[in-house]
Design a binder for this molecule. Structure first.
Ligand code: GLN
Length: 315
């Protein structure tokens, strides 16, 4: 891994920025420049490599679901979390209602909106301030704040999530705090991060929950294992299967343009590219990750056959 490789990966990904569009269902997000692309890598040995718009601030959006899941597992345990959602890929869009509208069904997993909203109710006793300081700690980024403009924009266009939340309440999956739950969910989606912050979070996850620099354990090992498994199977919504074949790394996307990827035991990767494909995943970001994964043989199933390969052999 080096910066030259990241540069090549961004060059490879750039044409794909034109193949997507910035999110507009949250109007404030449509102000992003879809041509921007950046990446940051943090190894568990402490090295950092970056390229492009790696310092651009953008909202974390659905990548907050990873932190919410980990925090809920950490504080309330496996049974409390998986009482509210299943652990299955949904095969449906991130804000789908259809799959939970049947009486007997609960959300497919904690990384789609319905499941994430149900999980956030567990976090209400912790509150925004505690969550914010945990996010800052996990991302080693004290500058993370709530982007008020994005928050207001999403809050005033939250009919879809609101209906999901009421549906959850009707099923007894949210007790009585629909507004408070939705508020915290939306606030946590509006936290502003960079590709570097995401790579720091990925580094902690890659290292089994211990922050390498400080030696501090931030998350239990089994919490990390469950979280990474959910990312691998469900982190890219209805694009999770193809992404697992092409990239093969536990990852999570957000409609702000971020992707968090984890190479277990090795490194965390943060990517920023706000031009999104039809599923809400960064169009070019996925290609950047595919390039790096194939060139460096980082696919988790390549571990057993890994040998050096040149980019020209691969592409
Ligand atoms: N805040 C967004 C929403 O709830 C997050 C969705 C996403 O990033 N895919 O719709």
């Amino acid at each position: 891994m080096d910066e030259a490789l990241l540069k090549q990966a961004l060059e490879f990904g750039k044409p794909y920025t034109g193949k997507g569009e910035v999110a507009s269902y949250i109007p404030e997000l449509s102000k992003a420049d879809g041509r921007e692309l950046g990446i940051c890598v943090r190894t568990i040995g402490g090295e950092e490599y970056h390229c492009g718009y790696w310092q651009r601030r953008f909202t974390i959006q659905s990548i907050s679901k990873v932190i919410n899941l980990a925090m809920a597992l950490e504080h309330y345990g496996f049974d409390a979390v998986f009482h509210k959602t299943k652990m299955e890929p949904s095969g449906a869009s991130f804000n789908a209602m259809s799959r939970i509208s049947d009486n007997e069904d609960i959300p497919f997993n904690p990384l789609v909106n319905s499941g994430a909203i149900a999980i956030v109710e567990l976090l209400l006793p912790l509150g925004l301030d505690h969550m914010l300081s945990s996010v800052r700690g996990l991302c080693s980024d004290k500058y993370i704040t709530m982007d008020e403009d994005v928050f207001k924009s999403e809050w005033s266009h939250s009919a879809r999530n609101r209906s999901l939340a009421y549906l959850l309440q009707s099923k007894g999956l949210i007790d009585g705090n629909v507004d408070e739950t939705l508020l915290l969910y939306t606030q946590l989606c509006s936290l502003s991060v960079t590709a570097e912050s995401l790579s720091n979070l990925g580094q902690v996850l890659a290292n089994g929950g211990v922050q390498p620099e400080t030696g501090r354990r931030l998350l239990k090992e089994e919490v990390v294992r469950t979280t990474l498994t959910m990312m691998l199977t469900c982190g890219m919504y209805d694009g999770s299967g193809e992404f697992a074949v092409r990239v093969g790394l536990p990852s999570k996307s957000g409609v702000g343009g971020g992707i968090l990827s984890v190479v277990p035991g090795e490194m965390g990767i943060g990517v920023y590219g706000p031009s999104l494909d039809s599923k809400g995943n960064s169009a070019a970001g996925q290609k950047v990750l595919e390039y790096i994964s194939r060139t460096e043989k980082l696919h988790i199933l390549d571990r057993y056959t890994r040998h050096p390969v040149s980019a020209s052999e691969t592409f």
